[in-house]
Design a protein around this ligand. Structure first.
Ligand code: ATP
Ligand code: FE2
Length: 331
């Protein structure tokens, strides 16, 4: 079975094509284009316009790279939520148009679950991980328990990527700020005290963001502030992930989301896993960030499990929760 997946929850618009051959997940193409606001944060309508302008070309490019014909596509999948309404609607509209014109079934999938399933699908040994999903808007610790992907911990305010981007914007960096903060942090050597807020397995960043901005106003060395932000937030993320692993008794950890590109975060989680005798996994970068391939793969898993969606019922759901999905494709 071959599925074309369209991702469009926020900044990124992506079209990926996956072939499912003897239960294997083969990525035939995965084309991503990222909306970068000239200044300020993301404006949902402008992002949606960006996606609408580029989507047709991305679909063609994805088909070309995959080397398949439109008539070889068996299924169209799209990110149904959670995300920004105008962006989700753009992706869903394109998916419906393709489904109707190609006369192929459509599937709507949960974006957060897709981040986890692409890890299981493409990394051989990764079977039953705790996922630390860190992106711009989302920060969640997710694992499978009793038929659902449950959120064991999550941010109580903003996502970690958002926290980094907000601080970056304050100091004049361009979006996405995470990689630039990572570079600055490499040159930091003095730890500045920052609030470390964990409540159970949940986490919060806004106090830390305010405190970091105050250090900046007091002319503390930027490299040291960035170093301290990373050390504090990543240690807290590692801690809640470890708690979820202990709680669920799982011995695999998987990273996902744009912030998973960060070497310091990877090192901390990897070390924690090693200390517990657990295995550490991280998909390739283009499968970690928001992408169409993961949407296509989850579409295949659901379709092969007998799940069906009518075009007239293919609504988007901005608040689609991870634990609303009935994960019938797993034992
Ligand atoms: P979502 O809708 O899932 O929240 P998103 O639009 O935020 O997704 P992603 O591509 O998953 O998209 O993540 C982007 C985020 O990752 C940005 O906040 C960016 O600053 C951050 N990021 C990217 N690379 C790094 C890095 N090396 N270190 C830290 N943060 C990074
Ligand atoms: Fe994401």
């Amino acid at each position: 079975m071959i599925c074309l997946g369209i991702e469009g929850t926020a900044h990124s618009i992506g079209v990926g094509i996956i072939e499912n051959n003897r239960r294997k997940c083969i990525v035939l193409s995965n084309i991503i284009k990222i909306y970068r606001p000239k200044q300020g944060g993301i404006h949902p309508r402008e992002a949606a316009n960006h996606h609408a302008i580029h989507l047709a070309d991305l679909i063609k490019e994805s088909i070309n790279v995959a080397g398949v014909d439109f008539n070889k596509i068996d299924l169209i999948s799209f990110s149904q939520g959670p995300g920004l309404g105008p962006c989700l609607r753009t992706a869903a509209t394109a998916a419906r148009a393709l489904s109707l014109s190609l006369k192929k079934p459509i599937m709507g999938v949960n974006h957060c679950v897709a981040h986890l399933e692409i890890g299981r699908g493409t990394l051989d040994e990764c079977k039953d991980p705790v996922l630390l999903y860190t992106s711009g808007a989302n920060t969640q610790v997710i694992a499978f328990a009793e038929g659902k992907y449950r959120v064991f911990g999550e941010t109580l305010d903003i996502g970690i990527g958002n926290c980094l981007d907000k601080f970056g914007r304050k100091i004049g960096l361009e979006f996405p700020c995470g990689p630039k903060i990572e570079k600055l942090a490499e040159k930091g050597n003095q730890y500045l005290e920052l609030p470390y807020s964990i409540k159970g397995m949940d986490i919060a960043f806004s106090g830390l963001l305010t405190a970091s901005e105050q250090y900046y106003q007091k002319n503390k060395r930027l490299e040291d502030i960035c170093f301290s932000i990373q050390e504090t937030t990543f240690a807290a993320l590692t801690e809640i992930t470890e708690r979820a692993m202990a709680h669920t008794d799982k011995d695999e950890v998987l990273l996902g989301g744009g912030v998973a590109s960060n070497k310091r975060l990877r090192d901390m989680v990897h070390k924690m896993a090693e200390d517990r005798g657990a295995r550490f996994f991280v998909p390739s970068k283009d499968l970690c960030i928001d992408n169409g391939a993961m949407i296509a793969w989850l579409g295949i898993l659901m379709y092969n499990n007998g799940i069906r969606l009518k075009v007239e019922e293919s609504y988007i759901d901005q608040r689609f929760r991870t634990d609303m999905v009935d994960v019938s494709w797993r034992d």
